[in-house]
Design a protein around this ligand. Sequence first.
Ligand code: ADP
Ligand code: MG
Length: 253
Amino acid sequence: MTCPDLLELRGLSRQFGSFKALDGVSLSVRAGSRHAVIGPNGAGKSTLFGLISGTVPATGGTILVDGRDVTRLPVNRRVGLGVAATFQHSSLFLRASVLENVLLAALRPAGAGLGGWRKVSARGSAIGRAHTLLEQVGLPDRYEVPAAELSHGERRQLEVAVALATEPRLLLLDEPAAGMSPAETARLTGLLAALPGDVTVLLIEHDLDMVFELADTVTVMHLGRHLKTGSPDEVRASPEVQTAYLGTMEVSS
Ligand code: ADP
Ligand code: MG
């Protein structure tokens, strides 16, 4: 039987000292959904993504990907299972070229069992695919430029290409539109809307226009806790969500 939920979080917690950045969050993300996570600054959204991607260890709870417990797996094993993330703070190789950044992601070891780098024969097709991805994210003709020379918006576009290069089943995007111009945001929104239906997208975003345009499901977090999950309309109409936002929402991240 296939599992309808690609991602399931059960009572997920992360403490920093005595501070509970994430406090018992349970959440299901349907396979193929476009699921947004919103909430005021400090709500625990980036911490949640760190736990799902494996960069931040959980102090409690369980993370299931396709029914498999990945809570203690390192990042590269999760990538091998199809979990790819872009982070709020860039993780690009700034001295490498745009193309090299995508290729490094495309050719990385795909987790346990493969025992090393993919075959040389895979590299030719990886280059073709990298070109296609860079065109899709809006970076054609920038292949040879060092990532350090890209504008802020272009770096975010490159991060999306890097994440897609691992052929993820679950794509985690932490504020991909932060610092983008309206035109860059519109391009990114179009790109994400056009991703194949078998790529599940979990998106943290402050740009609520983007959230409500893309998402079929919205989760609201507040003070490390899960506040509400529902359709965009349900979330917009929720009095508790309005109260949380009116109390603490800031204009930018
Ligand atoms: P969001 O992404 O929703 O703005 P974060 O997950 O970044 O929130 O942060 C949630 C809370 O956890 C914040 O109060 C933040 O200061 C705290 N926090 C995050 N990372 C750390 C850390 N490494 N050490 C201590 N506190 C942290
Ligand atoms: Mg954040």
